[in-house]
Design a protein around this ligand. Structure first.
Ligand code: AN0
Ligand code: CP
Length: 318
């Protein structure tokens, strides 16, 4: 494996989940594998979980880790080719990525979308240029449109908590005050769609009108605007806000009726409640649920370590 940016970079999702769970039961079995290898984590945006879990995963494999908070400590980056750099950008992605590739055996990059131009964000120009110019294997730490380490951790969590062979998994939109990326939802849809094809889950998406995700991620998935209908018999409910894809980057509704709470949970099959975090309490998700017995959000965040470790191990081995 030389690139981890999407479910498409994984041959066998069932196998990678099993590998992650084996690492969870024996985290230090491959301390020699990463010896004298350096992981560089590059952040253009904030992070708690991705930053710490990926560092922890690398340390478990015996790697060295260096972190660059590009947004705060680096030079402002230019990504366009063919421009005279007489504006605010001090360094081009071509040199910046190539130099970081000199210092690291594997790089990770977090680069959120600007949410202004759909075509620009969905071209993943910045991420793709980073991959092209760094000349080392690259892991997405959440790009403009996808968050694969999160989705792998989500699938691990579903495997751990499922009570039936093929659980019903519902992705539900939640209200928010800020326009958020579609990346977590796109990525979850992409991974669950693959899992559904392999008969591992029954997957449904529910959101208000106007919040349709890009078709490439949802073409094989049932989508309904009726949240109550979607929640019926759900074994897992994945709560996430995203801004509109079609009315790009816009907030179209703040309907509080979409927030998952104990009353809505009654419709489900005692569903486990998931969220990638960070979560805004009593805006996106009722605190009674976050503090209640059905929430697995903390365990889900814990599984980020094993997701990252499984991917780093695969890259180190290849
Ligand atoms: C980000 C998002 O929705 O993509 C990161 C989530 C992992 N969330 C926020 O900006 C609150
Ligand atoms: N879930 C997640 O990626 O969290 P951070 O943004 O804190 O890394």
């Amino acid at each position: 494996m030389k690139l981890f940016s999407s479910v498409k970079d994984v041959n066998d999702i069932k196998a990678i989940v099993q590998k992650a769970l084996i690492l969870k039961s024996n985290p230090f079995a491959y301390q020699e594998l990463g010896k004298n290898k350096t992981l560089g984590l590059v952040f253009l945006n904030p992070s708690l979980r991705t930053r710490l879990s990926t560092q922890k995963a690398a340390l478990n494999l015996g790697m060295n880790v260096i972190v660059m908070n590009m947004d705060k400590e680096g030079w402002a980056l230019e990504t366009q080719d063919g421009v005279v750099m007489n504006g605010s950008s001090a360094e081009h992605i071509r040199e910046a990525a190539a130099v970081m590739g000199q210092y690291c055996d594997i790089l990770g990059l977090r680069c959120f979308p600007k949410l202004q131009n759909q075509e620009e964000d969905y071209s993943e120009e910045l991420f793709n240029k980073f991959v092209a110019f760094s000349n080392v294997p690259v892991i997405s730490l959440e790009s403009a449109t996808l968050h694969p380490l999160q989705s792998l951790a989500d699938l691990i969590t579903i495997e751990e908590y499922r009570k039936v062979a093929k659980p019903k998994v519902v992705l539900t939109w939640a209200p928010h005050v800020k326009p958020l990326p579609q990346a977590v939802a796109n990525s979850f849809a992409e991974w669950m769609s693959k899992a559904q094809q392999e008969n591992l889950v029954d997957f449904v998406i529910t959101h208000p009108e106007g919040y349709e995700l890009a078709e490439r991620f949802t073409s094989r998935t049932r989508v309904t605007h009726n949240q109550n209908e979607a929640l019926q018999n759900a074994d897992f409910v994945y709560v996430k806000n995203w801004s509109s894809y079609t009315h790009y980057g816009k907030i179209l509704t703040d309907d509080k009726g979409w927030m998952l709470n104990n009353k809505k949970l009654e419709i489900t099959n005692q569903a486990k409640v998931m969220h990638c975090l960070p979560v805004r309490r009593d805006l996106e998700l009722a605190s009674e649920l976050l503090d209640g017995p059905n929430s697995v959000v903390i365990q889900q965040a814990g599984n980020r370590v094993w997701a990252a470790q499984a991917i780093l191990k695969q890259i180190l081995e290849s």
